[in-house]
Design a protein around this ligand. Structure first.
Ligand code: 6PG
Length: 245
């Protein structure tokens, strides 16, 4: 089967517009996925950028645009903390979106457990939900990603082994630069998605964005290695990240 990656870049004038562009992209893909497969399986990243998107999706204008009962929420990565901890990626999505809309199907990574056990549990959950055999990959309809100033995405960091792991769906890692443990989907899972959407905002991301968007160079940043084998790669950036101002 021929493979291709469809690439798009959206430049939003400000974070509010970035959130609106992202929301509209999600709704479009959700409707298509529900029409074709009966549901929409999306994996969420953490960090600060998605917060405004979650808040927008919870507004009356957008809340009525999505068939929430058909949206299955998963996580791209999670900090190894309790679900109510301030750093929990699940907590941010729960408080800013999931508990404000009629969403009922969300499957968090259990950051409160032993990391290796939590990774195994989530990997089993994905195999069950996507009905895949060993060696097969789940195909998310959409994966929301961010990127750190070091070029990490999900919890796949430069100088850590996780970016090279290809025989697992979910791994646990101790991130030396953060001195903390993380759970994350692996790169093959990201690249098997129908659509990966990067949300990048802030002048501080300009330098890493310039590197990450250099598609002709050798992809040495984790974020640069995200290239859905047969799907869409969409970058939504704000003007501050584009210009560095
Ligand atoms: C996390 C995220 C991580 C995030 C980037 C960007 O758990 O922190 O999954 O990959 O997307 O660090 O974070 P900001 O949106 O806060 O810049």
């Amino acid at each position: 089967m021929p493979t291709s990656t469809k690439l798009a870049l959206h430049v939003a004038e400000d974070p509010a517009t970035l959130a609106r562009i992202a929301a509209d992209l999600l709704i479009e893909r959700c409707k298509q996925s529900v029409a074709e497969r009966g549901n929409f399986k999306i994996a969420l990243s953490g960090g600060t950028t998605p917060r405004q998107l979650f808040q927008l999706l919870a507004t009356p204008e957008y809340e009525k645009s999505l068939p929430w009962e058909k949206v299955l929420f998963y996580w791209v990565d999670e900090r190894c903390v309790d679900p109510d901890h301030k750093d929990s990626n699940y907590r941010v999505a729960r408080d800013e979106l999931l508990h404000k809309v009629a969403a009922t199907k969300f499957y968090r990574m259990r950051g409160e457990l032993d990391p290796a056990e939590a990774a195994n549990i989530y990997e089993s959950l994905l195999r069950q939900h996507f009905e895949i055999a060993p060696g097969e990959l789940p195909r998310f309809d959409c994966i929301l990603l961010g990127m750190g100033e070091d070029g990490h995405t999900a919890s796949l960091f430069p100088e850590e082994e996780g970016i090279n792991i290809s025989d697992r769906l979910v791994i646990d890692q101790h991130i030396r630069t953060l001195k903390s443990d993380r759970l994350t989907l692996t790169l093959p899972v990201l690249n098997n998605a129908r659509c990966c959407i990067f949300l990048i905002q802030g002048a501080e991301k300009h330098a890493v964005l310039a590197k990450a968007l250099n598609l002709l160079g050798t992809p040495d940043l984790p974020a640069q290695k995200v290239k859905p084998t047969n799907g869409e790669l969409i970058w939504v950036v704000d003007d501050a990240a584009r210009s560095g101002k």
